[in-house]
Design a protein around this ligand. Structure first.
Ligand SMILES: [Zn+2]
Length: 232
């Protein structure tokens, strides 16, 4: 893992930096068989990576891709499971409070609405975005991309969808929501009886699945699309 694996062939660009950035962006959009280093813009040929190997930039040693044990078909299964668990996580209670016999339950959307109504719109929007919207968009994009790629089709809008996937991967923070909720449940437990609900367990599973999917990276998706040979 720590050893640099010279498994990607570098084509060191000689153009000035500004021009190079334009060329590499255009090259990536049109050529799924090329990978551009995020750190130094060097262009490499995308190759199949064996399980357990990593590809690093020949110029700056930055990580380019990882040969992961989870294949494309398994990633699709993970994404389907993730979508089902997000639906359960948003329809089942995340916590049940029992205060002197008065029982109240709240699902995630209800908790967000209550936070908004309590005069905390910033917290409500932040929670909705990081715990609900980004994980959901992440999962739907993965389903869209993987659902087509496993059938040997490059989906329409493949490159913009991959860029959007990178964005939501960066901003989806279901694990932060999980930790925050657990801390809140523990703190509530000293005042009243607080029991984690099915929704919270579902979100725990979503967090694990999204972590596994994210760890697999996007190299497989780019490689599969270049093998199919379509330009979306
Ligand atoms: Zn580099």
């Amino acid at each position: 893992m720590t050893d640099p694996v010279p498994s990607a062939h570098a084509h060191a660009p000689f153009a000035p930096a500004a021009a190079r950035a334009t060329v590499t962006a255009a090259a990536l959009a049109a050529r799924h068989d090329l990978v551009v280093c995020n750190e130094c813009d060097a262009v490499h040929e995308r190759i199949t990576l064996a399980r357990g190997t990593v590809a690093r930039c020949r110029r700056c040693n930055a990580l380019l891709g990882r040969g992961h044990v989870i294949g494309t078909e398994k990633l699709l299964a993970f994404a389907i499971a993730s979508l089902l668990l997000i639906i359960i996580g948003n329809s089942a209670p995340i916590v049940t409070l029992d205060f002197q016999g008065v029982v109240s339950q709240a699902t995630l959307p209800q908790a967000i609405e209550a936070t908004w109504n309590a005069g905390q719109p910033f917290v409500a929007v932040l929670t909705a975005a990081t715990a609900l919207v980004f994980p959901l968009v992440f999962t739907i994009l993965r389903l869209y991309l993987l659902g087509s790629l496993v059938r040997g089709i490059v989906p329409r809008g493949f490159v913009p969808a991959m860029h959007m996937l990178a964005f939501v991967t960066r901003w989806g923070m279901a694990e932060v929501f999980m930790l925050g909720t657990l801390v809140a449940v523990v703190r509530c437990a000293s005042l009243t009886s607080a029991t984690p609900g099915i929704g919270l367990f579902a979100y725990g599973a979503v967090t694990l699945l999204i972590t596994a999917i994210t760890a697999a990276g996007t190299h497989n998706l780019w490689k599969r699309s270049s093998e199919i040979g379509g330009n979306a």
